[in-house]
Design a protein around this ligand. Structure first.
Ligand code: HEM
Length: 411
């Protein structure tokens, strides 16, 4: 089997510089120039062919491994390995805990808290950095969903501290050897932020109260250590990503007032059934701006990928952002057109904002609830405008609108 075409025409340092200037633009241009499987630099392969994307992600935990723990400095093991099995047990228990009745019970709290946010926004002509405000809502929502009647204490702000400490570490394209990495001040800061969060989570778990996801985890046999591990990973995943998703949808609605009116009219005051137009708006917004714009795997030995040979240990990059903008199933791919979803049924490899396979998003059910509830509440209360947004998004970790200010007009 041949190796994939290599991105040529510049030195490794030059390519790295291009990538750093505009990561998404660089990936799109590489696919356009070299085809759907391309070796960006020695040992880093971008896979963009929908069938190959599906195949790689389906072979996660066997041929392609997940790149790591929260600091992305370890590759997690294969199926059968005790740590991987423990994680997979935790995943199953978490998904079971996100049952329809548990989610339904959470909806009223989420609606009420979003109404409170609306009341605060009502007094302002604009919101600078809406992601920051929606992050806090999302983090508090997760804490509430997890801890039931227990006092969630400062779990949400401690999660924010950890995320901020991790950002410089995981967004940097420079990879230091593990022995060096552990001595970097940023690494040590992230370890200390993680310890603080874990201590807070243990304190909350030991406190009075009941209900919530943690009871479901205990019922599934997870011990305190495994529970804290699930809470840290899920807490990080549910902090910024849903906030980014809601914000991108607001940006889209601000630019498409007709769709915004259609959503506001269709929204059901009791919030139960999600109207089609809102579902399509969310789907289309996740297509154009998938918050998790990059999914990483490591080849476990030499692997076949779409007919190309990927060397052992290669980093395999899959970008939902690039797939969603290049897969032929999406006509006029750069245009926000929610109504396309009335008849569109892309394959799993063509549309993957939540990933695919054994490591796909554990929190999708909670995320779906949050996106629909928060967005329908906001769109029913306000008309939005984009007062400022930088042309290039912030892609250091989650895909975020850069320096966004949203204008507001109450309905
Ligand atoms: C709009 C919201 C969200 C989007 C678009 C999203 C998307 C994703 C994606 C693309 C992955 C990577 C899948 C892979 O590597 O194959 C992922 C993983 C994950 N997500 Fe989400 N996510 C969202 C919200 C949430 C929420 C609310 C939670 C928790 C309550 C959560 C928990 C996780 C966890 C724990 C993982 C890692 C799974 C593993 O490695 O086994 N996510 N998510």
């Amino acid at each position: 089997m041949p190796r994939p075409p290599v991105s040529a025409g510049a030195t490794q340092a030059g390519l790295m510089e291009q990538y750093e200037k505009d990561r998404l633009g660089h990936l799109l241009a590489s696919v356009e120039r070299h085809g759907p499987v391309v070796e960006l630099t020695e040992g880093t392969v971008l896979v963009n062919d929908p069938a190959a994307v599906h195949d790689v992600l389906r072979r996660t935990n066997t041929d392609f491994l997940v790149t790591g723990n929260i600091r992305r400095d370890e590759v997690s093991g294969v199926r059968g390995d005790p740590a991987t099995e423990a994680w997979m047990r935790g995943r199953r228990a978490t998904q079971k805990g996100m049952s329809p009745p548990a989610l339904e019970a959470h909806r009223a709290w989420l609606t009420e808290e979003t109404e409170r946010l609306c009341d605060r926004w009502r007094a302002r002509p604009s919101v600078a950095d809406p992601v920051a405000e929606l992050e806090l809502l999302s983090a508090r929502s997760f804490a509430r969903f997890c801890f039931g009647t227990r006092d969630a204490g400062s779990a949400a702000p401690r999660t924010g501290d950890l995320l901020n400490a991790l950002t410089p570490l995981i967004s940097s394209p420079f990879h230091f050897p593990p022995a060096v990495r552990r001595f970097l001040p940023r690494y040590r800061r992230s370890v200390s932020a993680q310890k603080n969060l874990e201590a807070e989570l243990r304190r909350v778990l030991d406190g009075p109260g009941e209900g919530g996801l943690v009871d479901a985890l205990a019922a599934a046999g997870l011990d305190a250590e495994a529970t804290v591990r699930m809470l840290v990973s899920n807490g990080l995943a549910s902090y910024r990503v849903p906030a980014a998703a809601v914000t991108w949808a607001l940006v889209a609605l601000a630019r498409e007032p007709e769709v915004s009116e259609e959503c506001a009219t269709a929204v059901n005051p009791d919030g139960t059934a999600v109207p089609d137009i809102l579902r399509w708006t969310i789907a289309e917004s996740l297509r154009l701006w998938p918050p998790n714009w990059l999914i990483l795997r490591t080849a476990n030995g030499e692997q076949n990928c779409g007919g190309w040979s990927v060397p052992a240990g290669a980093a395999v990059m899959i970008s939902p952002y690039v797939v969603h903008r290049t897969a032929p199933v999406f006509t006029d791919p750069l245009t926000f057109r929610p109504h396309r979803w009335a008849s569109l049924q892309p394959t799993a490899g063509e549309y993957l904002p939540y990933g695919i396979g054994s490591r796909w998003c554990v929190g999708k059910a909670l995320a779906d609830l949050e996106l629909a509830t928060v967005l329908s509440t906001l769109v029913a209360r306000f008309r939005f405008t984009v007062d400022h947004m930088d042309p290039l998004p912030d892609v250091r970790t989650t895909l975020l609108p850069a320096r966004l200010t949203l204008g507001l007009r109450a309905r």
